[in-house]
Design a protein around this ligand. Structure first.
Ligand SMILES: NC(=O)c1ccc[n+]([C@@H]2O[C@H](COP(=O)([O-])OP(=O)(O)OC[C@H]3O[C@@H](n4cnc5c(N)ncnc54)[C@H](OP(=O)(O)O)[C@@H]3O)[C@@H](O)[C@H]2O)c1
Length: 225
């Protein structure tokens, strides 16, 4: 499949690398490809410069948000929460119409430091905001509940764990679920329409506290039933 991965951070890179390894044609979307490739320093979190990653992943393309989305059959949103709607607007609504958007973003607000708060919750979600902003796209919220490495290699935990899909379009959720299974996910729970993204986004405050308590991001939920 031709897939655009919008986002050059850890999530975008991890998803893009895994999809390319599975044989998909992958283009990463960024605001300014030249500026992104010109970055040479690790970011504040110690994530290596994008160019370093790109050099090790020559099979993955880099383009503007719009150029990446234009040729894609499926679009992954791996942009920062506050940047998600602006990034998708740059991708252009016409390039998203009819397409599945696998939305991994979380509505985290770091403006008051750590831990971040949620800038939308309870009665709305970022997934719903994206679906409302791009009504012709088919948004499926998923993979926002676990760390990037586990998104694409859940078996590395050594035990089965759970991921979720939320979205209004059953075919879009089936497409995303198939992609999740190709990553190794064996327990995929369909929570229902896109409003159910409120639940997975509101898991983040507990996820962040668990990361602090356990001293690692390498854990996941398992829904025992
Ligand atoms: N890190 C994890 O393990 C993890 C786990 C679950 C969910 N998530 C969620 O996944 C998303 C990606 O996380 P991340 O840590 O990989 O990356 P990130 O640093 O949160 O986001 C980086 C990307 O966001 C884009 N961006 C930021 N502001 C923008 C704006 N105003 N307009 C357009 N684009 C904008 C950047 O574009 P440029 O390339 O142009 O700079 C960049 O590609 C986040 O929403 C995060 O909450 C992360």
């Amino acid at each position: 499949m031709k897939i655009a991965v919008l986002g050059t951070g850890m999530v975008g890179r991890t998803i893009a690398g895994r999809l390319a390894g599975l044989g998909h044609e992958v283009i990463v979307g960024t605001r300014d490809p030249q500026a992104t490739l010109a970055r040479t320093e690790p970011d504040g979190m110690g994530t290596p410069a994008f160019g370093t990653w790109a050099g090790a992943n020559p099979g993955v393309g880099l383009a503007t948000m719009a150029d990446a989305a234009a040729g894609a059959e499926l679009v992954v949103n791996a942009t920062g929460g506050a940047g998600a709607v602006p990034a998708l607007a740059e991708a252009d609504a016409d390039n998203l119409a009819g397409k599945v958007i696998l939305d991994i973003s979380n509505p985290l607000d770091f403006s008051a430091g750590f831990p971040p708060t949620l800038f939308v919750k309870d009665t709305d979600s970022l997934g719903e905001q994206i679906q409302r902003a791009f009504p012709a796209a088919r948004v499926v919220k998923s993979l926002n509940t676990l760390t990037a490495g586990l998104m694409v290699d859940p078996a590395s935990l050594g035990a089965e764990s759970t991921v979720f899909v939320s979205g209004d379009d059953a075919d879009a959720k089936a497409t995303v679920s198939q992609l999740l299974r190709s990553f190794g996910h064996t327990d995929v729970i369909d929570l229902g329409d896109i409003s159910t993204a409120r639940g997975t986004e509101m898991w983040l405050p507990l996820w962040l506290r668990l990361m602090g308590a356990l001293g690692t991001a390498n854990f996941n939920l398992k829904v025992v039933r």
